[in-house]
Design a protein around this ligand. Structure first.
Ligand SMILES: *Cc1c(COP(=O)(O)O)cnc(C)c1O
Length: 510
């Protein structure tokens, strides 16, 4: 009996080719398709219905034996049995981002129109590399790229492509920046030229910039970070000084990466001033808006991104602030011609003559070949709930973060680093009169103890060498009461740790 009520047809007898064919998605298997997917949806719904906390607290030692015990060479045949097993190895102990007390990383609850898109796109399974594998899918993706570029204000020559995530978008943007800089400076390809290139970003910039520099063959010191101000933004005068210093050292600044929504602080670099500096210096400006892109649709806060329209390239992560399931990201460029640095023609796939025939092959713009039709999720989201709806959700979590800041700021148990622009809060438990190392360890302990209890999940980071805790609010269902309750739990765990250790130390001395 299936939980969803739809009966899953019994498979053909045996395990041979006939039985295997029953599992192929074809015109002959539509009853099975409907019933099996309905059953999967039902199991997820049941798990979510009973999730009274974001996490069970299971550790790798609890889960590893269960996963290891599955004999992958002995199929169960029956989807219901496989889903029962999946409950034990995954669904029961997964981390649930829809839960209002999940406050850790940049993972959002997802909107149902996007889940609908996910179901459609994986069944049809278009591949976005070429027109002859996607047809209208290519046009849907292109419309969404144009729509996003329009929201940013990149101008009539803009273009871009969907990617797997912000890491990938940043890598592609920096590849284009490297090639444009090299061409403009007349540098021949080779290690000598690469070792002279520098990328400037703030100390709060994303680590994928470092990874991209390594993948792009730049030297180990290629990324120079500019210290941030008290609000964790890149000070324009410090950026200008760093550019001048690079020049004085005979180095070539190939890109400035400004961050519109730093991962830890949600701070937005002063984009208009940074754009002025880049324009004056003739340097490629990349804006990493992986987190802050939700402001593009905010009914009240779009102005926080003013200046982004002057970027040469922009990263947006729809899977962060547009409430889309992983993966959904895009890289946008002001000048579509710069995408040629990602182009390679293969006779069997995207021959050069296809360009003359005006066949739109998205692979010409992408680092990937076979590629998911992730754009469909955003399409259905815009067509069903609309951009203002998405923006209203993001606005709500930003409001909530502002309220949480007031709570923290007024609470003598805690110290909060900066007032949020977006929806993160970095803080620590720090009652008066405790030694710095004890405070450090108590915060570390509180985070782990909270995760082990599963009652709430918060993130951790370091600020000026000291351990801090972080809330990333992306769930409009999280209330002020949730935030207050989690702060009490943190204070309880941290306080218990501090008291216990102090007592131990007194015993040791005594
Ligand atoms: C999350 C994030 C990234 C990386 O994006 P992924 O989708 O995780 O690869 C890049 N930059 C910033 C500012 C981010 O917050």
């Amino acid at each position: 009996m299936s939980l969803s009520g739809a009966t899953i047809p019994a498979p053909s007898a045996g395990a041979g080719p006939a039985a295997a064919r029953d599992h192929l998605f074809t015109a002959r298997s539509l009853d099975r398709y409907r019933a099996v997917l309905a059953e999967g949806v039902e199991r997820v719904a049941r798990r979510v219905a009973t999730a009274d906390r974001p996490f069970t607290g299971a550790g790798p030692d609890d889960l590893a034996p269960r996963v290891a015990a599955v004999d992958l060479d002995r199929p169960l045949g029956d989807p219901g049995a496989a889903l029962d097993e999946l409950h034990d190895v995954y669904l029961r102990d997964a981390v649930y981002f829809h839960h209002p007390r999940y406050l850790a990383h940049l993972n959002c609850p997802v909107v149902i129109p996007a889940l609908l898109g996910e179901a459609v796109l994986s069944a049809v399974n278009s591949s976005m590399d070429t027109w002859d594998q996607s047809a209208g899918g290519t046009l849907v993706e292109r419309r969404l790229i144009d729509w996003t570029a329009g929201r940013i204000g990149l101008g009539p020559a803009a273009d871009g492509v969907f990617t797997s995530g912000g890491t990938h978008s940043n890598l592609q943007a920096l590849l284009l920046a490297r090639e444009e800089t090299r061409a403009r400076a007349g540098l021949r390809p080779g290690p000598e030229a690469l070792s002279r290139l520098r990328v400037l970003t703030s100390a709060a910039g994303h680590f994928s910039v470092q990874k991209a520099a390594r993948l792009l063959g730049l030297g180990p010191d290629a990324v120079r970070t500019v210290d941030t101000d008290a609000q964790r933004r890149m000070p324009p005068d410090a950026l200008a000084r760093e550019i001048a210093r690079c020049r004085a050292d005979g180095l070539l600044v190939m890109a400035v990466v400004a961050t519109a929504g730093t991962t830890d602080f949600g701070s937005i670099d002063p984009l208009p001033q940074v754009a002025d500096i880049c324009a004056a210096a003739g340097v490629w400006l990349h804006v990493d808006a992986a987190y802050g892109c939700g402001l593009l649709v905010s009914p009240t806060r779009r102005h926080l991104l003013d200046g982004i329209e002057r970027a040469d390239s922009v990263t947006v992560d729809f899977h962060k602030s547009f409430f889309q399931p992983v993966s959904s990201s895009a890289v946008l460029v002001r000048d579509s011609r710069t995408l040629r640095h990602a182009t390679w023609h293969a006779d069997y796939l995207n021959p050069a003559r296809a360009v003359e025939q005006r066949i739109p092959n998205q692979v010409d713009k992408s680092l990937q070949t076979t590629r998911r039709f992730d754009a469909l999720k955003l399409w259905l989201t815009l067509r069903i709930m609309g951009a203002d709806g998405v923006g209203a959700l993001f606005d709500e979590v930003i409001d909530r973060a502002g309220e949480a800041w007031h709570l923290l700021d007024a609470d003598p148990r805690f110290e909060v680093v900066t007032r949020p622009t977006l929806s993160t809060l970095v803080f620590r438990w720090r009652p008066a009169g405790l030694a710095a190392d004890l405070v450090d360890d108590a915060n570390l302990y509180a985070r782990e103890a909270l995760a082990a209890s599963g009652a709430a999940l918060v993130a951790g980071t370091r600020v000026d060498g000291a351990h801090h805790l972080k809330f990333t609010l992306l769930n409009p269902e999280t209330t002020g009461d949730d935030v207050a309750a989690v702060l009490d739990l943190i204070a309880e765990h941290a306080g218990w740790y501090a008291r216990t250790r102090t007592a131990d130390e007194l015993t040791a001395v005594g």
